[in-house]
Design a protein. Structure first.
Length: 409
């Protein structure tokens, strides 16, 4: 057995665990050290540190304090790693914990986080997914069952001071363009709820006040939420500080491209088995400023899809110029309308698009004025025929269950 270098107790507050942190800052001390070539396991909390429960109310999703997240395991120091190197991470395996074989999907309230379709789904919803070996299904969404494409939503190395300053500066400038927007354009540093690992006293307060929030993906990787960065992948990370400082968390049992409902994956506590090695001076050698990776040799094998097209014309009929975000939103809305004809509620359909191994593609970005995006819905995840036929859709889903929903307070 590889050694488990970071253990978590799901019954304990993550703030009491010094090998957990919730901000990016170069002063966060390494939680553990390893040698290049070593393999090891890290346990992780779910991204909210246990705030969301396995029950039938969405109140916890509505009320969650998003200034606390994400709870990450690390940083892992790699001996000999120096700025300019590439840290090579083999994700040998990723899994759910035996004492926590379930995950959650949340649609966040527009007033607390929002999501890709927040104008259409402004209230908090939640679905709970049971994990049975390599498969998952939800008591809140009948008719679907699929294999997990298990991956960490968030993995990356510590920034140096210069990089951190750059992040805070550019994100602060964006926030300043519309500081009162709900949801916010970005999340500025916030010291009060920061967990800085082993850092204590004045040094902790100083770093917490500037530590970058973990929400966006950045040059170091971070919260990329790439479903294909799954167990069996090999990732090459830019190194900015001595020891690299690799942290991981926000494990997903499965996720569709875009993670569209914000907490759009099946979020779970779990463990990661990794191996690390170094390419000295690799950033300059390969011209790398953002991570690159190789996919897993083993992924769920869904071959048949219904593919929904979307163009960059918004819900009000307004023409936008080659806007891929609007085009993908239209593809998602088209898929939801279609799935509703089989009996699903809009929230159930939204949740399926967030959790199932749905593919999103940027199909065309040159045919002015419309970008074209496509959403690929795997048909084999349904236990009924979801294809169009001459007879019309058969209502397969009776609405005796739906996602728990909570009104805003
Ligand atoms: Zn996540």
């Amino acid at each position: 057995m590889p050694e488990t270098l970071i253990k978590v107790d799901l019954a304990q507050s993550p703030y009491q665990n010094e090998k957990i942190h919730t901000r990016w800052h170069p002063d966060i001390p390494m939680a553990v050290w390893v040698n290049p070539g070593e393999d090891f396991r890290l346990e992780t909390y779910d991204w909210t540190g246990g705030a969301i429960k396995n029950d039938d109310s969405a109140d916890d999703v509505r009320d969650v304090d998003l200034s606390t997240v994400h709870f990450l395991s690390g940083p892992v120091g790699v001996k000999g790693a120096q700025p300019g190197d590439l840290l090579v991470v083999d994700l040998l395996d990723v899994g759910a914990r035996d004492d926590s074989l379930w995950g959650f999907n949340g649609v966040f309230s527009k007033k607390n986080g929002g999501g890709f379709l927040t104008e259409h789904f402004p209230l908090a919803h939640k679905s709970i997914w049971d994990i049975q070996g390599m498969f998952t299904h939800s008591r809140h969404i009948p008719g679907v069952n699929f294999a997990g494409l298990i991956h960490p939503g968030l993995i990356g190395c510590l920034p140096d001071h210069k990089m951190l300053e750059k992040w805070n500066e550019r994100e602060g400038a964006l926030i300043a363009t519309d500081p009162d927007r709900v949801p916010g354009l970005a999340n500025p540093p916030y010291g009060a709820t920061a967990h800085m690992g082993k850092l204590k006293g004045d040094a902790k307060e100083a770093a917490a006040a500037k530590g970058a929030r973990t929400v966006p993906p950045r040059e170091h990787g971070g919260n990329c939420d790439i479903k294909d960065l799954s167990r069996g992948s090999k990732i090459y990370f830019p190194v900015y500080v001595d020891g690299a400082g690799l942290s991981v968390g926000d494990l997903h049992f499965s996720q569709g491209d875009g993670e569209i409902s914000f907490c759009g994956a099946i979020e779970m506590a779990g463990w990661v088995h990794m191996k690390v090695s170094l390419i000295k001076g690799g950033m300059a050698k390969y011209g790398i400023t953002n991570p690159i990776f190789k996919p897993s040799p083993i992924t769920p094998n869904y071959r048949d899809y219904l593919i929904f097209e979307g163009i960059s014309v918004d819900e009000q009929g307004k023409q936008h110029y080659l806007d891929v975000t609007i085009a993908y939103r239209q593809a998602c809305l088209n898929a939801i309308e279609y799935m509703k004809k089989f009996g699903y509620s809009g929230a159930q359909a939204y949740s399926i698009l967030g959790t199932a191994p749905v593919q999103g593609h940027i199909s065309g970005v040159v045919d002015v004025p419309n970008a074209c995006a496509t959403l690929w819905l795997p048909t084999e995840i349904f236990d009924f025929d979801i294809n169009p036929t001459a007879e019309g859709p058969v209502k397969m889903i009776t609405r005796d269950v739906d996602l728990p929903m909570s009104q805003d307070k």
